[in-house]
Design a protein around this ligand. Sequence first.
Ligand code: 2HA
Ligand code: ZN
Length: 275
Amino acid sequence: MAITDCEVLQNYIRLCSDGWDQGWHERNGGNLTYRMRPEEVEQCRPYFKETPGEWVNMGVQADNLKGEYFISTGSGKYFRNVSLAPQDNLCIVEINEAGDSWRIVWGLEKGGRPTSEFPSHFLNHSVRKEATNGENRVIYHAHPANLIAMTYILPLTARDFTRALWQSATECPVVFPGGVGVVPWMVPGGSDIAWATSKLMREYDAAVWAHHGLFASGPDFDTTFGLMHTIEKAAQIYLLALSAGQGKIRQTIQDDDLRAIAKEFGVTLREEFLE
Ligand code: 2HA
Ligand code: ZN
């Protein structure tokens, strides 16, 4: 038995491989964090380092994440390599009792630190945990090309992106009835983009980063990967239709159709995005 035989790590590693296979993680692009359940921490604890790393202050703080444990991809590490050497590309970090610092308790055996976007992930975990009564556990950031391309041709508003995506595939309003938020272009990795994203994630479970990628959240790996996948596929259809039609859309899903889907599937669409 090794730590990587634990189901939670297997599922985590599988998402990394699937994201790589989709082409969303060039070089060191993208990052993934998972807030562990207490029983998962206990399963993994026998494999923790004898001496944990030093506490490192994050520049952000959250009361509702004090003492939590997260699995994180390493800063500068490649999704492509995760399944080959999880112990060198991933880590488990513990959050201190002040909720403002992490220390490495497992992984990154050849050195390193959690993802450069850890402050963004951390604040988003905090707001999503609160917004979902503790259900949310996964924050996933990727660089899917079609969605990024959309940020060059549509106004950077939640309404414009949500409507375009909802209209691009019938399943979309069922998968993200609350729509998607949009963050304007910002320097990645810092606390500014962390705050801007977490403000949106109070309301949305996914946020587009203009000219950069997507942040998606969810209660488990399947739901979160599925959300990323559904949004990116809708973006691909949107661009295919626009390109094939040379910019002309002959017909699309109407607002009353969206309302009918919502009624049938028992979801509530964000009404202010409908006409
Ligand atoms: O980890 O994707 O946004 C590399 C990135 C930064
Ligand atoms: Zn990125």
